[in-house]
Each structure stands twice: as C-alpha cells, then as structure tokens.
Design a protein around this ligand. Structure first.
Ligand SMILES: C[S@@+](CC[C@H](N)C(=O)[O-])C[C@H]1O[C@@H](n2cnc3c(N)ncnc32)[C@H](O)[C@@H]1O
Length: 301
C-alpha cells in the first residue's frame, strides 16, 4: 500500500508536469489522502456499507471484514478513512432527471459519434454483474456494443490504476485528478470532443475547482453536458468559474448530506437548448436544501 501510494503520487505529479500544473500545499494534502482512500476503495466490494468512524468498533469490524487485514482496518481508522464506491453509476444524474443512455443515443444520432468522460469512475460498473438497465459505463458499453470503439468511446479517470484490461473503446486514464484533467488531451482525448462529462462523488473532492472547470469546458464539445456534485461550500466558486468558461447552468438540485449539490451545465453552443435556465444567485441555491433524504452510498468519513 505504501509503495503503491508513493508510485501513484509520483505519476500524478508527472501528469501535472506535463500540463504545467502546480497544486498548492492544501491540494497536495488532499491528493495524498485521496490516493490512500482510492487504493483502499479498490479493495472493497462495490457499495460495501462502511459505518462512520464515529462508531469505532462497528467501523473497524466492517473494515476488517472487507479488507481481511487488521492493519489495513486500523490504518484506515487512524489515518486514511474509507471511501466506498458504487463501482460507478449514473445515480446522481438520474436524481437530476437525466437518462444518460437516452442523452448518449440522441447525441450519437445528432453528431455521428459519441465520447463520454467520467472523472473518478472507479470500477465503472465493470466489476459488478450486469443490470438490465444501463446505469454506468459498463451499461453504456453493452448498449452501444456495435459502435463501441468505432463511433462510441468511453473514457474515465482514477487517482490510481483500477483496471489491467478493458474492452476496445473503453479507456481508463489513471493518476489523473479533476484539476489535472487536461492531461487526457495528451492521451488521445481531443479538446472539444466530449459530449457528456460526468463525475459522481469524485470531482466533489477536488480543492481546485477552477482548474477542473476550465479543463472540463475545454474538453466539451459545443452543446456538451457536464454533470457533477459539489459540497455547498464550493457553489460560489463553481458558478463564477463556469460563467467565465462558457458553461450555461442547467438543472441543479441540493440533495443534502454527503451528496451535496448536483449540477448540470451545458457548454455554450450558438443556440441554447430549451430547459437551460438563467443563473440563480448562489444564495438561492443554498437555501434549497433537503429535498431528498441523505442516502449517499459512496462516501463515509
Ligand atoms: C467515493 S469514490 C466514487 C467513485 C465512483 N464515481 C462512484 O460513484 O462509485 C471517490 C472517487 O473519487 C476519486 N477522486 C478523489 N479525489 C479526486 C480528485 N481530486 N480528482 C479526481 N478524482 C478524485 C477517486 O479516484 C475515487 O475513485
């Protein structure tokens, strides 16, 4: 774990150098912690229920069961904490009323090709058994199996490397943070090519939202869709950065608790699409809390 974390940090630093990005000290601290939790999340079953660290005995018991190691359990209790992951899913997009498969189908039809990018996709649904509905990258891959690698390309990032082998048309970009997302350009994802950029409970942890939004906007094609969730404390910065980066606010919803606020933006095209509204004040967003019960399966502290 120690060696894997050091290697991941080195490769993340290398990717930052490629794009000339220098995180500040606070960002590095958060990345270091993120890498450790990322390595741990890979070992847990998708959606493993991990109790809060406020209940030490239950937390340690669950981590011991999941990891099979008392040292890992104690290490995560004292230092790393635990991330549980759905394995990647479209749940937060669905909470906003988006059917990403339908969006993808419409965009493929309109544009002739479809490129999807997910930040912090984890297992991307490739580790769990197939569900009848396409609700993750694995589901999109099944849905578009005839076009995968030809007209449909699915990309996702992680802080460490989760996959050793992937089908043609699906690409993992390991050692990439949300703020350092523009490095995917050097890995074959052209600026202006992404139709849907999604992040569930991953860009949420980014401390440099300005860099993330700038990279996301550059990667999106005109009319492209950006959906992610943020803690309420980031609302003002996100809104200001998005406005500067030609992103038009679409639907948003304050889910409360660990889900924070889930927001959709559209990259400005010449003609705005119906359903995309003018900016509310950040204050009015903050008052719209508690519409849904707190039920974030992804994060525990
Ligand atoms: C709680 S898991 C969520 C995984 C997956 N999106 C899901 O919904 O199950 C958190 C993920 O966030 C990613 N992550 C954490 N900090 C990040 C950052 N600064 N930039 C990009 N990804 C980050 C990690 O790689 C980790 O896989």
């Amino acid at each position: 774990m120690f060696i894997a974390a050091a290697r991941a940090r080195k490769l993340i630093r290398y990717n930052f150098q490629l794009i000339g990005y220098e995180p500040d000290e606070a960002a590095w601290l958060s990345i270091r912690m993120g890498v450790k939790r990322d390595l741990q999340a890979r070992r847990l079953r998708p959606n493993a229920p991990i109790p809060s660290r406020r209940n030490p005995l239950r937390y340690l018991g669950a981590m011991l069961r999941e990891t099979g190691s008392i040292f890992r359990a104690i290490g995560s209790f004292l230092h790393d904490g635990a991330w549980t992951s759905s394995g990647g899913s479209f749940r937060l997009a669905e909470e906003l009323g988006f059917d990403l498969v339908q969006e993808a189908t419409d965009r493929l039809k309109a544009d002739g090709d479809f490129r999807y990018l997910e930040v912090g996709g984890g297992w991307a649904g490739l580790k769990t058994s197939a569900s009848p509905n396409a609700r993750d990258i694995a589901g999109l891959a099944r849905h578009f199996r005839n076009d995968l690698g030809e007209r449909v390309f699915l990309h996702f990032t992680n802080l460490t490397c989760w996959h050793t082998e992937l089908p043609k048309g699906i690409t993992e970009h390991p050692y990439v943070t949300a703020a350092g997302l523009s490095v995917v350009d050097a890995q074959g994802v052209a600026p202006g090519s992404i139709s849907i950029l999604y992040s569930q409970a991953a860009a949420y942890f980014e401390t440099d939202v300005a860099s993330f939004i700038s990279a996301a906007s550059a990667l999106l094609r005109p009319g492209g869709l950006l959906i992610f969730n943020i803690p309420p404390t980031q609302v003002v910065s996100v809104m200001n950065c998005a406005r500067r980066r030609s992103l038009k606010l679409g639907k948003w919803r304050d889910l409360g608790g660990m889900n924070g606020i889930v927001i959709a933006f559209e990259k400005r095209a010449s003609l705005p699409k119906p359903g995309f509204v003018e900016w509310p004040s950040p204050g009015s967003m903050r008052t719209n809390r508690g519409q849904l019960e707190e039920r974030h399966p992804h994060v525990s502290n």
